[in-house]
Design a protein around this ligand. Structure first.
Ligand SMILES: [Zn+2]
Length: 275
Protein backbone atom coordinates (compact mmCIF):
# COMPACT_ATOMS: atom_id res chain seq x y z
CA UNK A 1 0.00 0.00 0.00
CA UNK A 2 2.94 2.34 0.67
CA UNK A 3 4.21 1.63 -2.85
CA UNK A 4 1.42 3.52 -4.59
CA UNK A 5 1.50 7.21 -5.37
CA UNK A 6 -1.51 9.15 -4.08
CA UNK A 7 -2.89 11.87 -6.33
CA UNK A 8 -5.08 14.71 -5.05
CA UNK A 9 -6.61 16.93 -7.70
CA UNK A 10 -8.18 20.36 -7.34
CA UNK A 11 -11.45 21.45 -8.92
CA UNK A 12 -9.61 24.09 -10.90
CA UNK A 13 -6.60 23.81 -13.12
CA UNK A 14 -3.24 24.91 -11.79
CA UNK A 15 0.32 23.85 -11.00
CA UNK A 16 1.57 20.30 -10.48
CA UNK A 17 3.69 19.34 -7.49
CA UNK A 18 4.96 16.32 -5.61
CA UNK A 19 5.60 15.73 -1.92
CA UNK A 20 7.75 12.80 -0.76
CA UNK A 21 8.03 11.27 2.71
CA UNK A 22 10.23 8.45 3.94
CA UNK A 23 12.90 8.61 1.25
CA UNK A 24 14.93 7.48 4.27
CA UNK A 25 12.91 4.80 6.04
CA UNK A 26 14.08 5.72 9.55
CA UNK A 27 12.76 9.29 9.27
CA UNK A 28 9.12 8.98 10.34
CA UNK A 29 7.98 12.63 10.49
CA UNK A 30 6.88 12.89 6.85
CA UNK A 31 5.21 9.48 6.85
CA UNK A 32 3.25 10.36 10.02
CA UNK A 33 2.36 13.79 8.63
CA UNK A 34 0.87 12.12 5.50
CA UNK A 35 -1.23 9.81 7.70
CA UNK A 36 -2.57 12.78 9.63
CA UNK A 37 -3.15 15.22 6.78
CA UNK A 38 -4.04 13.28 3.66
CA UNK A 39 -7.42 11.78 4.67
CA UNK A 40 -8.99 15.25 4.97
CA UNK A 41 -6.80 17.31 2.64
CA UNK A 42 -8.49 19.34 -0.10
CA UNK A 43 -6.59 20.87 -2.98
CA UNK A 44 -8.19 23.84 -4.74
CA UNK A 45 -5.99 24.19 -7.80
CA UNK A 46 -3.87 21.86 -9.88
CA UNK A 47 -2.75 18.45 -8.69
CA UNK A 48 -0.36 17.06 -6.15
CA UNK A 49 1.27 13.63 -5.97
CA UNK A 50 2.09 12.29 -2.51
CA UNK A 51 4.60 9.45 -2.39
CA UNK A 52 6.27 7.26 0.22
CA UNK A 53 9.87 7.32 -0.98
CA UNK A 54 11.24 4.00 0.23
CA UNK A 55 8.36 1.70 1.29
CA UNK A 56 10.57 -1.30 2.11
CA UNK A 57 12.87 0.78 4.35
CA UNK A 58 9.86 2.44 6.02
CA UNK A 59 8.44 -1.00 6.87
CA UNK A 60 11.78 -2.08 8.34
CA UNK A 61 12.45 1.34 10.00
CA UNK A 62 15.92 1.56 8.42
CA UNK A 63 17.56 4.34 6.38
CA UNK A 64 17.73 2.06 3.33
CA UNK A 65 17.75 -1.66 2.48
CA UNK A 66 20.52 -1.96 -0.14
CA UNK A 67 21.59 1.54 -1.24
CA UNK A 68 20.76 5.10 -0.16
CA UNK A 69 17.73 6.06 -2.26
CA UNK A 70 18.70 9.71 -1.93
CA UNK A 71 21.89 9.04 -3.94
CA UNK A 72 20.15 7.04 -6.72
CA UNK A 73 18.88 10.05 -8.71
CA UNK A 74 22.17 10.60 -10.53
CA UNK A 75 22.73 9.57 -14.12
CA UNK A 76 23.12 5.81 -14.37
CA UNK A 77 26.87 5.98 -15.02
CA UNK A 78 27.45 7.92 -11.79
CA UNK A 79 26.02 5.08 -9.71
CA UNK A 80 28.20 2.08 -8.71
CA UNK A 81 27.24 -1.15 -10.52
CA UNK A 82 26.20 -3.03 -7.40
CA UNK A 83 23.88 -0.16 -6.41
CA UNK A 84 22.23 -0.31 -9.84
CA UNK A 85 20.94 -3.75 -8.92
CA UNK A 86 19.41 -2.48 -5.67
CA UNK A 87 15.77 -2.15 -4.69
CA UNK A 88 16.39 1.56 -4.16
CA UNK A 89 17.69 2.07 -7.71
CA UNK A 90 14.49 0.52 -9.08
CA UNK A 91 12.40 2.65 -6.77
CA UNK A 92 14.19 5.81 -7.97
CA UNK A 93 13.29 4.94 -11.59
CA UNK A 94 9.64 4.58 -10.55
CA UNK A 95 9.63 7.88 -8.63
CA UNK A 96 11.30 9.71 -11.53
CA UNK A 97 8.23 9.05 -13.70
CA UNK A 98 6.22 11.21 -11.30
CA UNK A 99 8.95 13.80 -10.73
CA UNK A 100 9.02 14.24 -14.52
CA UNK A 101 5.33 15.19 -14.46
CA UNK A 102 5.54 17.95 -11.84
CA UNK A 103 7.16 21.37 -11.63
CA UNK A 104 8.19 21.36 -7.97
CA UNK A 105 9.03 18.85 -5.24
CA UNK A 106 9.04 18.98 -1.44
CA UNK A 107 10.93 16.07 0.16
CA UNK A 108 10.57 15.62 3.94
CA UNK A 109 13.53 14.44 6.03
CA UNK A 110 14.74 14.33 9.63
CA UNK A 111 18.12 13.98 11.34
CA UNK A 112 19.81 11.70 13.90
CA UNK A 113 21.30 14.78 15.60
CA UNK A 114 19.78 15.88 18.88
CA UNK A 115 18.56 19.49 19.17
CA UNK A 116 18.55 19.69 15.39
CA UNK A 117 16.91 22.83 14.11
CA UNK A 118 14.82 22.64 10.98
CA UNK A 119 16.25 23.94 7.73
CA UNK A 120 15.56 23.81 4.02
CA UNK A 121 17.86 22.58 1.26
CA UNK A 122 17.37 24.07 -2.20
CA UNK A 123 19.03 26.06 -4.94
CA UNK A 124 18.18 29.69 -5.79
CA UNK A 125 15.26 28.55 -8.00
CA UNK A 126 13.50 27.35 -4.84
CA UNK A 127 13.97 30.49 -2.70
CA UNK A 128 10.56 31.93 -3.60
CA UNK A 129 8.87 28.83 -2.17
CA UNK A 130 11.36 28.35 0.69
CA UNK A 131 10.58 31.83 2.04
CA UNK A 132 7.13 30.56 3.11
CA UNK A 133 8.40 27.35 4.73
CA UNK A 134 8.64 27.16 8.55
CA UNK A 135 12.44 27.46 8.85
CA UNK A 136 14.99 30.17 9.61
CA UNK A 137 17.76 28.74 7.46
CA UNK A 138 18.10 27.84 3.77
CA UNK A 139 21.16 25.84 2.66
CA UNK A 140 22.30 25.59 -0.96
CA UNK A 141 25.19 23.94 -2.78
CA UNK A 142 24.35 20.26 -2.18
CA UNK A 143 24.11 19.52 -5.90
CA UNK A 144 27.84 20.09 -6.29
CA UNK A 145 29.16 18.31 -3.20
CA UNK A 146 26.58 15.57 -2.61
CA UNK A 147 24.73 14.88 -5.88
CA UNK A 148 22.06 12.24 -6.40
CA UNK A 149 19.17 13.34 -4.20
CA UNK A 150 15.58 13.96 -5.25
CA UNK A 151 16.20 17.74 -5.19
CA UNK A 152 19.32 17.24 -7.33
CA UNK A 153 17.25 15.34 -9.90
CA UNK A 154 14.65 18.10 -10.07
CA UNK A 155 17.33 20.75 -10.55
CA UNK A 156 18.93 18.64 -13.28
CA UNK A 157 15.68 18.65 -15.26
CA UNK A 158 15.27 22.42 -14.71
CA UNK A 159 12.54 22.11 -12.09
CA UNK A 160 12.38 23.04 -8.42
CA UNK A 161 13.59 20.55 -5.81
CA UNK A 162 13.28 21.38 -2.12
CA UNK A 163 14.19 19.21 0.86
CA UNK A 164 13.28 20.08 4.40
CA UNK A 165 15.11 18.71 7.42
CA UNK A 166 12.38 18.80 10.08
CA UNK A 167 14.50 18.11 13.21
CA UNK A 168 15.50 15.01 15.18
CA UNK A 169 13.96 11.70 13.98
CA UNK A 170 11.70 10.98 16.94
CA UNK A 171 11.11 14.48 18.30
CA UNK A 172 7.36 15.23 18.18
CA UNK A 173 8.25 18.77 17.06
CA UNK A 174 9.63 17.26 13.82
CA UNK A 175 6.20 15.85 13.01
CA UNK A 176 4.59 19.24 13.62
CA UNK A 177 7.27 20.83 11.42
CA UNK A 178 6.59 18.32 8.64
CA UNK A 179 2.83 19.04 8.75
CA UNK A 180 3.42 22.80 8.72
CA UNK A 181 5.89 22.45 5.85
CA UNK A 182 3.43 20.45 3.72
CA UNK A 183 0.68 23.04 4.17
CA UNK A 184 3.08 25.96 3.60
CA UNK A 185 4.43 24.32 0.42
CA UNK A 186 0.89 23.77 -0.92
CA UNK A 187 0.10 27.42 -0.23
CA UNK A 188 3.33 28.73 -1.72
CA UNK A 189 2.66 26.64 -4.84
CA UNK A 190 -0.87 27.99 -5.22
CA UNK A 191 -2.66 24.68 -4.60
CA UNK A 192 -4.51 26.29 -1.70
CA UNK A 193 -5.01 29.99 -0.91
CA UNK A 194 -1.83 31.53 0.46
CA UNK A 195 -2.36 33.57 3.64
CA UNK A 196 1.23 33.18 4.84
CA UNK A 197 3.77 35.91 5.49
CA UNK A 198 7.29 35.31 4.25
CA UNK A 199 9.82 34.18 6.89
CA UNK A 200 13.01 35.95 7.84
CA UNK A 201 15.71 33.51 6.76
CA UNK A 202 19.46 33.32 6.54
CA UNK A 203 21.40 31.52 3.82
CA UNK A 204 24.31 29.11 3.76
CA UNK A 205 26.27 27.35 1.06
CA UNK A 206 27.74 23.84 1.41
CA UNK A 207 31.19 23.84 -0.17
CA UNK A 208 32.82 20.59 0.92
CA UNK A 209 31.96 16.97 1.68
CA UNK A 210 34.58 14.74 3.25
CA UNK A 211 34.49 11.14 1.97
CA UNK A 212 36.41 8.58 4.04
CA UNK A 213 39.52 6.90 2.60
CA UNK A 214 40.12 4.33 5.34
CA UNK A 215 38.07 1.74 7.23
CA UNK A 216 37.85 3.74 10.46
CA UNK A 217 36.88 7.43 10.61
CA UNK A 218 36.45 8.88 14.10
CA UNK A 219 35.27 12.40 14.91
CA UNK A 220 37.34 14.24 17.54
CA UNK A 221 34.08 15.09 19.32
CA UNK A 222 30.31 15.04 18.83
CA UNK A 223 29.44 17.93 16.53
CA UNK A 224 25.97 19.41 16.56
CA UNK A 225 24.72 20.36 13.10
CA UNK A 226 25.75 23.95 12.26
CA UNK A 227 28.34 23.97 15.05
CA UNK A 228 31.19 26.35 14.20
CA UNK A 229 34.59 24.91 13.29
CA UNK A 230 37.70 27.07 13.00
CA UNK A 231 40.19 27.08 10.14
CA UNK A 232 42.76 24.38 10.92
CA UNK A 233 40.62 22.68 13.56
CA UNK A 234 40.90 18.88 13.45
CA UNK A 235 37.46 17.40 12.86
CA UNK A 236 38.31 13.71 12.77
CA UNK A 237 40.87 11.01 12.06
CA UNK A 238 40.60 8.88 8.94
CA UNK A 239 42.90 5.91 9.57
CA UNK A 240 46.06 7.84 10.42
CA UNK A 241 45.09 11.01 8.51
CA UNK A 242 44.02 14.00 10.57
CA UNK A 243 41.19 15.78 8.75
CA UNK A 244 40.74 19.48 9.38
CA UNK A 245 38.69 22.45 8.20
CA UNK A 246 40.38 24.62 5.58
CA UNK A 247 38.27 27.68 6.43
CA UNK A 248 36.13 28.93 9.28
CA UNK A 249 32.90 27.05 8.63
CA UNK A 250 29.97 25.26 10.14
CA UNK A 251 29.76 21.47 10.11
CA UNK A 252 26.76 19.32 9.34
CA UNK A 253 25.75 15.67 8.88
CA UNK A 254 28.88 14.47 10.71
CA UNK A 255 29.28 10.92 11.97
CA UNK A 256 31.80 8.18 12.74
CA UNK A 257 32.21 5.77 9.84
CA UNK A 258 33.52 2.22 9.51
CA UNK A 259 34.17 1.86 5.78
CA UNK A 260 36.08 3.77 3.11
CA UNK A 261 33.92 5.83 0.72
CA UNK A 262 31.44 7.05 3.36
CA UNK A 263 30.16 10.62 3.67
CA UNK A 264 31.73 11.68 6.99
CA UNK A 265 30.75 15.36 7.20
CA UNK A 266 29.87 18.50 5.24
CA UNK A 267 31.19 22.03 5.65
CA UNK A 268 29.19 25.18 4.91
CA UNK A 269 29.56 28.95 5.10
CA UNK A 270 27.10 31.81 5.48
CA UNK A 271 26.21 33.62 2.27
CA UNK A 272 24.09 36.57 1.30
CA UNK A 273 20.98 35.64 -0.61
CA UNK A 274 21.95 35.32 -4.25
CA UNK A 275 19.12 35.29 -6.76
ZN1 LIG B 1 16.95 11.88 5.19
Amino acid sequence: MLEKIIQIKGRNGGPTSMILAGVHGNEPCGVEAFKRLLPSLTIQKGRVFFGYGNPEAIKRKVRFTEADLNRMFKYRTGIPKKDRRSYEYQRAQFLKKYLNKVDALLDLHSSRKVKNKAFVICQANGFDIAKYLPVKLVVSGFDNVQPGGTDYYMNQISKIGICIECGQHNDPRSLKKAEDAIIAFLKARGHIANNLKTKKQSYMNVYHMYVTKNPIFTLTKYFQDFEKVRRGQIIGTDGKIKVGAKRNSVILFSGNENQPGQEAFLLAQKIKRVV
